[in-house]
Design a binder for this molecule. Structure first.
Ligand code: IPM
Ligand code: MN
Length: 350
């Protein structure tokens, strides 16, 4: 039997609940699809700082190193950027797709966008500091990109666009930041992808177009900061940021899987967090492992449960819907996966 090792890094806030919920379902999916899991927990963020004196301690790094995938919850500050950089998870994939059952009543457009965000460079990692001169105290963060860093994320985005509808929008700000030639570099790499149409767009206009005509977009490639902001906007377009998952991959295909929401301290520990974004992330992990059947099964339950009208509070909109908490949602998934399990078994008998 195939065995996968998962590094589980719940972090803080609702990270704890959503990762726990996800591991429960993941175990179920593994049993059903004939693979086994070894789960190793690692500490990151505030708890790690208190225990080891570092937000991302060596012990956690080693747990990640020995895994086939990292399942991450959320942290307030500290740990996450180090983790992303340590393993060079440069390609952050954030799919944003409208669920049919959330569409009609809420008046959403039917959208299917993949945000491809550069994750280990740009202003998050450039030279930074605080200083003082004759005009006062100041601070700075530098948006720094090697051309090859832009080119390598461009390639990922072009590959994805090629497999999808063939439109790649490039978020850039060359009118104000001419030394970061995203438009020019992506267009150059795109010469090898004649089947993809590349559409450079100033990031401010892009934000506006996402609101006005989100159905226009297919793949959007952006630097670290712009990608962060635009993908949250994506959450608003489909109902809740709580629905969205992500995969962050390095050159060898090893990945970090995390929901795009944060720690949500106001609702932490109340059993009301939405684990669907973390489920979506784990489904991406299964896809990356090549466990396509398992991924499909989980995804079908995901879709069915929303279609049936079950909603955590972030998604609850109308009294025709059924408001449930996190643990009830987990039970629903377990039942759903069980019933398709029985169906699958009886299919093989007949
Ligand atoms: C995200 C988060 C992080 C980011 C924060 C927590 C540093 O907002 O994953 O989108 O900005 O990358
Ligand atoms: Mn963010």
């Amino acid at each position: 039997m195939k065995q996968y090792t998962v590094a589980a890094l719940p972090g803080e806030g609702i990270g704890l609940e959503v990762v726990e919920a996800t591991l429960t379902i993941l175990q179920k999916v593994a049993a059903k699809h004939n693979f086994s899991l070894q789960i190793n927990y690692g500490e990151i963020g505030q708890a790690a700082l208190e225990k080891y004196g570092s937000y991302f301690p060596e012990a956690t790094s080693q747990i990640c190193d020995r895994s086939d995938g990292i399942l991450f919850g959320a942290v307030n500050k500290g740990g996450l950027l180090e983790l992303r950089q340590q393993f060079e998870f440069f390609a952050n994939l954030r799919p944003v797709k409208t669920h049919p059952s959330l569409k009609s009543e809420r008046g959403f457009s039917a959208i299917d966008i993949l945000f491809v965000r550069e994750l280990v460079s740009g202003i998050y990692f450039g030279a930074s500091g605080r200083g003082e001169d004759e005009r006062g105290n100041f601070g700075y963060h530098t948006m720094h990109y090697y051309d090859w860093q832009i080119e390598r994320i461009a390639k990922i985005a072009l590959e994805k666009a090629k497999q999808r509808k063939g439109l790649l929008t490039v978020a850039h700000k060359e009118n104000a930041l001419p030394h970061l030639p995203w438009k020019k570099l992506v267009l150059e790499v795109a010469r090898e992808y004649p089947e993809v149409t590349v559409e450079p767009m100033l990031v401010d206009n892009l934000a506006m177009q996402l609101v006005i005509q989100p159905q226009h977009f297919d793949v959007i490639v952006a630097g670290n900061l712009f990608g962060d902001i635009l993908s949250d906007l994506g959450g608003a377009l489909v109902g809740s940021v709580g629905l969205l998952g992500s995969a962050s991959l390095n050159e060898s295909g090893f990945g970090l899987y995390e929901p795009i929401h944060g720690t949500a301290p106001d609702i932490a520990g109340k059993d009301i967090a939405n684990p669907l974004g973390t489920f979506a992330s784990a489904i991406m992990m299964l896809e990356q492992w090549g466990e396509h059947e398992a991924a499909k099964d989980w995804q079908q339950s995901w879709d069915a449960i929303l279609t049936e009208g079950y909603r955590t509070q972030d998604l609850y909109f109308h009294d025709s819907e059924i408001l449930i908490n996190t643990s009830e949602l987990v039970q629903l998934f377990l039942r759903k996966l069980n019933s398709s399990f029985i169906k699958k078994k009886s299919n093989t008998l007949t």
